[in-house]
Design a protein around this ligand. Structure first.
Ligand code: BGC
Length: 514
């Protein structure tokens, strides 16, 4: 299974993105207390309720200071690509809302254009934290000096506390804010931040992702309070609003970087700014193909979770009522044709059941209430077997490699170059990961060689262990383990397997010791 090795341009990467990795300097110096997530995981009510772990991000892996070490490790693995994230709140620790920009609205009232002139740029320059900006520059330059292709993600779940106060939002049930993606003001402020970063770092970065997994933000934060994601509400309308605002923000950010980054960093880049999206794709299968309700539920989930966002960015279909039926009025030129590449994060699948509900149809306009079937996909017991006899991770996620092909096929219709931007498993003892990696790469190989899908790279999640959001340090995704006391990185067996695939060398026979 060495076909990919012969694709000369194929990118082999790993990710270390933003909040999950940055903090952890023992001197306490690199703490960023200005995000919604920082405040959220420190909140005693959340900790007592058990929806967040009580682990603190300031004890994380300290990529901020140890980035050279991690880049060296990645090089040793034979990687040629690296994904990092920029934290908005580090660049703008205080509100930028007083800096004036031109905001145009379409006839439907949505923000269709944001004009940023030189005088606004000057004000961004005054407001920005240059130390943080230069630190990101040093990180990217270090990667470039080691010949990595750098993918820069501009937003990975976290928002500055000045634009999203999740505790107030939770406690007042959205009556008070600032309310993050629930408010369109966030589109404007996000565009300012993206404009500034594109302007300042465009000379050293060509591959930009506006968002990591926007649908996860709108689903977990506004529909799944038990997930431990801020602001922990169960409000369908708010979830819709957040998704729509993020889809519009993607479009405005796309326009902004295109304008503000005219400099090609790498000669072989397609353009100075290749602007994509990192999207979590989850193939959804009905529990029974005989049951109309199950089939409808799977279609509904597939449409919302997998297609809502790329439909908007590629085809301009902003499905504002989430009903999956495309009408002429829902196709908006101010969001469409704004995607240069598509990153697919793949972990596992959904198996769904549908419950008929008149109330859901009347009040939310949804055909059936979808329900995830337990013991499949994300809903399994940790370290056990799914109903289909598949092993499950420390997180209780079913290992289902063929779903990666399904996920890629779902995205094929958008006709954009594809990358696997995340794929990995929580497995502290590294008993499942070696096979997880080989099995998924084999599926990827098939996707490229047999199904002829235009997949141009694979990024493992993650290079090192990370701060796993509400789960804190309980879930270990690293090819390298990290001792959170000493910050020492230690190679896991699976890292060796990944390296062997990249090198194209044959797997060792079963009696040799890796
Ligand atoms: C997120 C990562 C997270 C990973 C594993 C993805 O949804 O982008 O931040 O660590 O899943 O849960």
């Amino acid at each position: 299974m060495n076909i990919m090795v012969f694709l000369e341009e194929f990118l082999w990467g790993a990710s270390e993105s933003g909040f999950q990795f940055e903090m952890g300097d023992p001197s306490g110096e690199n703490i960023d207390p200005n995000t919604d997530w920082y405040v959220w995981v420190h909140d005693t009510f959340n900790i007592q309720k058990g929806i967040v772990s009580g682990d603190m991000p300031e004890n994380s892996v300290n990529y901020w200071n140890l980035y050279e070490k991690d880049h060296k490790i990645a090089k040793r693995l034979g990687l040629n690509a690296y994904r990092i994230g920029i934290e908005w709140s580090r660049i703008f620790p205080k509100s930028t809302s007083k800096i004036e920009v031109g905001v145009e609205k379409a006839s439907d009232g949505n923000i269709s254009e944001i004009e940023i002139d030189d005088s606004a740029l000057e004000k961004f320059e005054e407001a920005a934290n240059k130390t943080a900006l230069n630190h990101y520059r040093a990180m990217i330059e270090d990667l470039r000096a080691r010949d990595f292709k750098v993918f820069v993600c501009l937003n990975h779940f976290t928002l500055p506390i000045w634009i999203h106060d999740p505790i107030t939002v939770r406690d007042t049930r959205l009556q008070k804010g600032p309310r993050g993606w629930f408010d369109e003001e966030t589109i404007i402020e996000f565009t300012k931040y993206v404009t500034y970063v594109g302007w300042k770092l465009g000379d050293i970065a060509d591959k930009w992702a506006t968002f990591n997994e926007p649908m996860v933000v709108s689903e977990t934060g506004y529909l799944m309070p038990q997930s431990g994601f801020p602001p922990s509400l169960n409000n369908f309308k708010a979830s819709k609003k957040a998704a729509i605002n993020m889809a519009i923000a993607h479009a405005r950010a796309y326009d902004a970087i295109k304008k503000t980054d005219p400099i090609k960093a790498d000669e072989d880049s397609l353009s100075p700014a290749d602007v994509g999206l990192i999207h979590n794709v989850i193939p959804a299968r009905p529990l029974s193909t005989e049951s109309k309700a199950d089939v409808k539920a799977a279609q509904f989930i597939d449409h919302l979770h997998n297609h809502f966002f790329p439909e908007s960015a590629c085809n301009g279909w902003l499905d504002t009522n989430f009903n999956g039926i495309k009408t002429k009025e829902e196709v908006k030129s101010y969001v469409g044709k704004r995607l240069d590449w598509l990153g697919v994060n793949y972990y596992t699948r959904f198996v769904v059941k549908g419950k008929k509900s008149l109330l859901a149809r009347l009040f939310a306009g949804i055909p059936v209430i979808p329900e995830m079937v337990r013991n499949y996909g994300f809903g399994c017991q940790p370290n056990s077997k799914s109903v289909d006899g598949r092993p499950t991770s420390d997180f209780g996620w079913e290992i289902y490699p063929e779903g990666m092909l399904e996920a890629l096929k779902l995205m094929e219709r958008y006709g954009r170059p594809l990358y696997i931007t995340e794929n990995g498993t929580a497995d502290a003892n590294d008993v499942l990961r070696p096979k997880f990696v080989t099995d998924h790469l084999e599926v990827l190989d098939q996707a490229i060689a047999e199904d002829k899908l235009d997949v141009r790279g694979y990024f493992h999640w993650a290079l090192t262990d990370n701060y796993e959001w509400a789960e804190g340090f309980n879930m270990k995704f690293g090819l390298y383990s990290v001792d959170m006391e000493t910050k020492r990185r230690r190679e896991r067996k699976s890292a060796k397997g990944y390296k062997r695939t990249i090198d194209g060398s044959p797997a060792p026979s079963s009696n040799s010791h890796p």
